[in-house]
Design a protein around this ligand. Structure first.
Ligand code: SF4
Length: 346
């Protein structure tokens, strides 16, 4: 194991990615970077991270901010529950830990939004605590090195991978070690066909010897996402447009245009929309389509536009928003296609 760790650190010293959240010990900054990186590509995070830290440079500034400001700074990054959890967690750290993230991983796991992976990443990277941070990258790399060919999500296999990951973490430079595994998984030991010719660990790798790296880790087949059809309605009234701040768990607190679930014949939609919104909508013009892929579902959207009377009042739960104030609201990327229709030059 020491040989693997030594080879990995030597490779990291030569090939580590230069990233703005590296090179210093700051638990808050590590936390923000790890929250942003969950389910999101490094290239995407690179543009959000500096802006977020300009706006919220430290934990007290994040904890003191209104929730809408935090969501606005996260706008377009997706998986907004991460932003909400970060904000709630910051408040909790202010109240329960005097504004300082604890170094003990067990304490870290008690903070809102910090799971075992983030706790390991924060403790090892910011505080040099020798604990692993097991995410999909680590599962893939270790499954290949140790030739683990059973379902990686099954409890026994998962525990075995966690034990191996813990045994590999050195007492010195544990944060660098964990980041080296992350880098190896992101740039060399990638999903699908890995680049074994460039790998510092090929001499230790069971899957490389066996030639089945592309088949590892063994994962259960993902369920196909559910496709949900929606009619998205752009209802203008004077210089305003009808919107709703979502209360559902998915995209909670973000603003969307009115949506009707289902597929509608063109002649049926005005009546259905009028009933749902308690507005009199006689015509709805076809304005194109949009599609947004979430982890578990896909929104297949048909966009329609219409004009209501300038004096129309918004139905309960909705608001007419002046068009020049739209930029102050946080809209999810799922609304991009409809927004493009709304803002296109006439
Ligand atoms: Fe991954 Fe190939 Fe390196 Fe094994 S040798 S750890 S499969 S890149």
């Amino acid at each position: 194991m020491e040989q693997i760790t030594a080879a990995l650190l030597a490779w990291y010293d030569r090939c580590a990615r230069v990233l703005p959240w590296r090179g210093f010990h700051n638990a808050y900054r590590t936390w923000v970077s790890e929250a942003m990186l969950q389910q999101t590509r490094v290239e995407t995070v690179l543009s959000y991270y500096p802006r977020f830290l300009d706006r919220f440079p430290d934990l007290p500034s994040l904890a003191a901010a209104p929730e809408e400001d935090v969501l606005k700074a996260w706008e377009g990054l997706g998986y907004y529950s991460r932003a909400r959890n970060l904000w709630k967690g910051a408040k909790q750290v202010m109240e329960e830990y005097g504004g300082v993230l604890p170094r003990d991983p067990e304490q870290l796991k008690k903070i809102h939004g910090i799971g075992p992976y983030s706790a390991g990443a924060i403790a090892s990277i910011a505080y040099d605590v020798p604990v692993p941070a097991v995410d999909g990258n680590v599962i893939r790399v270790l499954s290949r090195i140790y030739g683990i060919r059973t379902d990686a999500l099954e409890t026994g296999t998962r525990r075995r991978i966690e034990d191996l990951a813990a045994a590999l973490v050195p007492a010195e430079r544990p944060g660098d070690h964990n980041q080296a595994v992350m880098d190896l998984g992101a740039t060399v030991c990638v999903p699908g066909t890995p680049d074994c010719a460039r790998c510092p660990l090929s001499a230790f790798c069971d899957a490389f010897r066996a030639g089945d790296a592309a088949d590892l880790p063994v994962l259960p087949k993902a369920k196909p996402q559910k496709v949900i059809p929606y009619a998205v309605l752009l209802i203008r009234s004077g210089g305003r447009v009808l919107m709703r701040c979502r209360t559902e768990k998915l995209l909670q607190g973000l603003w969307c245009f009115p949506m009707l679930e289902g597929e509608f014949a063109a002649e049926d939609l005005p009546a259905a929309a009028s009933r749902k919104l308690r507005l009199s909508l006689s015509t709805l013009r076809d304005a194109g389509t949009g599609r947004h892929v979430f982890t578990h579902q896909i929104w297949q959207m048909h966009i329609y536009e219409t004009d209501a009377e300038a004096s129309a009042s918004a139905p309960a739960g909705y608001e007419f928003i002046p068009l020049d104030q739209l930029g102050n609201l946080t809209l999810p990327a799922a609304m991009n296609a409809a927004l493009a229709v709304l803002t296109r030059p006439s």
